[in-house]
Design a protein around this ligand. Sequence first.
Ligand code: AMP
Length: 265
Amino acid sequence: MNLKLNRPVAFVPTMGSLHAGHKSLIEIAKELENEVVVSIFVNPLQFENPEDFTNYPKSISSDTQLAETSGATFVWVPTFEEIYPNNPEIISAGEIGKLFEGVHRFGHFDGVLTVVKRLFDLVQPKFAVFGEKDFQQLFLIKEMVARLDLPVTIISAPTIRETSGLAMSSRNSRLSNSELANASEIYSALGAATSGKSISQARELLLQKAQKISELILDYAEVIDEDTFDIATESTVKPRAIIAGWINGVRLIDNMAMTNPESAK
Ligand code: AMP
């Protein structure tokens, strides 16, 4: 398959149901290159839960409109067969792919890397823009690009939030108003972590706050080293608070960069 594109290309892969977070990624891509490709493909390989895959919100025509008004020059909605013609080359996300999101979503990151590699092969972008919202995903994509020496530069984009602080997500549309209010407490929990006087105190504050969020079934709340994805220690230079869980069957994931209180002294 040959996409007819003016090169160089800046690329924004998505699963659709676009919101202001995606819009910001497309705008960043537009600053990098005039030709901006947005793909919309709900990748079955990265869903460990068939119900989540089936219920994933779909809105192709409004997505196309939002992508184009944000600067996309080509909105690409590939079929399953285009992406996975016969036996797809499965990319392993390795040990870090088994941590955090990978613990509860077995095979999730192998699915993500497999589709991203395939999309890169087809689009051959110069730049590809990904959100910090999915921080472990961003980390693993950067790691794959380095490991396989792919000719693409990965650009990371900041998380766009509702005024409540809740990170925008396509899945938020499945939450009621009171569930949305509870979900926005995740942002407060991350904020609490940033006020810790040490990494261990930050971790404690994060966990305490997270455990008190109504309706939240917590998967993890941790402070990691964003350069390695190891658990942060008191000497970690770039700590980041990460959190994920479920409210009424809807997965919520978020993170926040921190300053190590020791280095700030
Ligand atoms: P998705 O459609 O959920 O697969 O996301 C497509 C891209 O948008 C990924 O790079 C996400 O990290 C990014 N993204 C999703 N939500 C946000 C957000 N609230 N702010 C910034 N980027 C986001």
